[in-house]
Design a protein around this ligand. Sequence first.
Ligand code: GLU
Length: 429
Amino acid sequence: MSTTTLPPTVAPDLTQETNPMQAMLARYERAVIELDLDPGIDRILRQPEREVTVALPVEMDDGRIEVFTGYRVVHNTLRGPGKGGIRYDSAVTPDEVRALAAWMTWKCAVVDLPFGGAKGGVLCDPFALSPREKERLTRRYTSALMPFLGPDTDVPASDVGTDEQVMAWLLDTYSMHAGHTSPAVVTGKSLLLGGSIGRADATGRGVMLTAEAALMQLGQRLEGATVAVQGFGKVGAAAARLLAQAGARVVAVSDHTRALHSDRGLDITQLANWTRRQRTLDGCPYGDVIAPDELLALDVDVLVPAAVENAITSHNAHTVRARVVCEGANGPTTAEADAVLDAQGVLVVPDILANAGGVTVSYFEWVQNRSGYAWDAATVDTRLAEVMRRAFTQVLQLAHQHEVSMRTAAYMLGIGRVAEVQKLRGLYA
Ligand code: GLU
């Protein structure tokens, strides 16, 4: 008796593909080959310098004691102190923090800042914590990491789930231990504590500037271009507002609760006013509700994934119709999806270039703190634009030279710069 069985039509497993460390290493390895990197230097650069895991007992408001897990990974400090945000999220994993730390190393090198790369994470639901609980957690995390932080050692900033208030508690805890106020230990602070003017919008501004540069490559102006933005938090909302201000038509935005669309263009100020009051876009009536996946598949000039990792995977990359994808988030595209987007001729401005505006103004903030002199808005914006445009041009030139994507070129630029420093410094034995 013979039976015929059809192969099961299961979609490819996304677990491996969406592991951020795998996503980082796949791109890293591609660039290492293209650079013909020395195997010894490859061995050094592929792993973090330091990983710290801390248990954080916190008394909750009802008197219970909870123990949270916190991480701080310093990937590399060859070019300067570790630099990178702290994430409060219920999906934080060691591999995610490792990958994000390495991305900070490459990002800082792409925009040529004298920083290495680091990232922190605390496994928690920041929305479920009261302000007092969040403060106790932040102070405990900071004091646990005290030996590893400092303006010349490792300089945190905000990231998903953390904000100026969290940075203020971090600054205060560090300063109380140090015995003096130390503003340069953290960036993304309130202006009152030595934060930089322009820092809040900086990542979004960098996205706007790189989207503009990418469109220019395709012979199109930002003015009149259509844009869809996934994510309406610190990065997405600022990018949407600045893109609209520059004359683009933002036809869709979304957050984790709702995606909104309008062919005529959404009123970003109206949406920002809504989220300021309501926190999310849930229930927001200013646009037509569409499915979240529809936003990614819109026929727009620029798509800005500015939410979290793994928005564009091998499952949905073929639906992307944008001419330019400008990555506001870290790791929004998987390595498998890169190949699909490249084959479709989509110009991808990779995260380590597109969202580097944030850490660039963090660097300006650190410089201002150390010199004790605050810059004005025009100085910050002009210097940010210079840095972003220069980095964009350098990445593009490398992409043309080696006939690779802007993603591979950005990794090559970042890894190449760190590798040169390693060669110059040599090994301390
Ligand atoms: N969290 C931001 C990033 O991923 C900013 C980091 C910083 O300013 O240090 O780039």
